[in-house]
Write a protein that binds this ligand. Structure first.
Ligand code: KG4
Ligand code: ZN
Length: 346
């Protein structure tokens, strides 16, 4: 069947990415090429993403990554129907690089440009990978975001909960840092937790029991620091016990917060056909304990738990291309060439 093909560009944080994705008339899609260059090595010495380094690295890598995506997909720019580039939220230097490149290609080829919200990319990925139909719930847990979002349709989202302080990935990263574990902290904390006693420390579970669906993780980080400071010298076993207890507190917190979200969804859509779904996205979705927690939560509430493949949960350009395709397929207008990047864009 006839299809649309989009070039996607993602540069909002520390991954430079380009992709070519097709969408068919029946609404299904196909990844033609998916290229991601992680800048992890360039930032790890600093224990976090350095915006200036990130922006420069995007400038250096992006053109050849786009070329590579086109070659791998066997597509020329002439055969592309549109360009989709992340316009926000994120680090402004990187956003400028990606969006300006998208504008330049759109201008040179005369093809439409879609300035995509990065969060919309995360939100719609499960429709490409799992063919989900609206509405569904999405939990985004990354280094920069912790949000529970109702996805009602293309361009139709409602944020039900967000963090009032640290993002969940940030809590993992900060916890790792104060325990002397390497960056990025998430994988290191998970690894250490595997041999730890999760019941040794009773860390706080912020906002548990509250009706609103927000999250808070900074108190947890403080409790971890106090626990570590209370032991001298700190052994590897102590670190493992702290990490295991930390993950347990997070599991309990999510179980309560997301559980309320699932109930609210059932109350708002009592007549929805088929099984309701919870989608997880973001780098923290790699965490096995988090997945087990969400899986059992979904089982208990009669939800389908959807976790797209890891490389599509973390930052990538496929999701940006796909969001552009969904906008195009729904008849939403493309953006004019004076569209501006936005570091903040809820
Ligand atoms: O989505 P992502 O790759 O990048 C952005 O934040 O945009 O997410 C990175 C975050 C980091 O905070 C990292 O520590 C966390 O995801 N992370 C994990 C795990 N793997 C990555 N957190 C917990 N457990 C993991 N296995
Ligand atoms: Zn992201």
């Amino acid at each position: 069947s006839a299809k649309l093909r989009i070039l996607g560009i993602e540069t909002s944080c520390d991954e430079t990415a380009a992709a070519v994705v097709s969408r068919f008339e029946d609404g299904t899609g196909r990844i033609e090429a998916d290229v991601v260059l992680s800048q992890l090595d360039e930032h790890s010495a600093y224990g976090g993403v350095v915006p200036e380094i990130a922006a420069r690295a995007h400038v250096e890598a992006l053109d050849s990554l786009i070329e590579e995506a086109l070659v791998r997909s066997g597509t020329t720019l002439d055969e592309i129907d549109a360009i989709a580039a992340t316009a926000g939220p994120g680090l402004i230097g990187g956003l400028i690089v990606g969006l300006m490149t998208g504008k330049a290609i759109a201008h040179a080829t005369g093809k439409p440009l879609y300035a995509v919200n990065h969060l919309e990319g995360h939100a719609l990925t499960a429709r490409l990978t799992d063919g989900l139909s609206f509405p569904y719930l999405m939990l985004l847990v990354s280094g920069g975001h912790t949000q529970l979002v109702l996805v009602r349709g293309v361009g139709d989202y409602e944020r039900w909960g967000t963090t009032i302080d640290d993002a969940l990935g940030e809590a993992f990263d900060k916890t790792a840092k104060l325990l002397g574990l390497p960056y990025p902290g998430g994988p290191a904390v998970e690894k250490a937790a595997a041999s730890g006693d999760a019941k040794r420390f009773n860390f706080p579970r912020p906002l548990v029991g509250e009706a609103r669906l927000d999250f808070s993780f900074s108190g947890l980080k403080t409790a971890v620091r106090q626990a570590a400071e209370g032991i001298a010298p700190v052994t590897d076993q102590d670190i493992s016990d702290i990490c295991a207890s930390f993950q347990r507190a997070i599991s309990r917190t999510l179980d309560d917060r997301i559980g309320r979200g699932l109930q609210r969804f059932l109350a708002e859509f009592p007549d929805r056909e088929g099984m309701p779904a919870l989608v997880v996205a973001g780098g923290v979705a790699a965490n096995q304990e988090l997945r087990r927690t969400l899986q059992s939560l979904c089982d208990r509430h009669g939800f389908r738990f959807v976790a797209p493949p890891h490389h599509l949960c973390t930052d990538n350009a496929v999701m940006i291309a796909w969001a552009g395709l969904e906008r195009m397929g729904t008849g939403l207008p493309s953006d004019t060439l004076d569209v501006q990047p936005r570091s903040r864009w809820p």
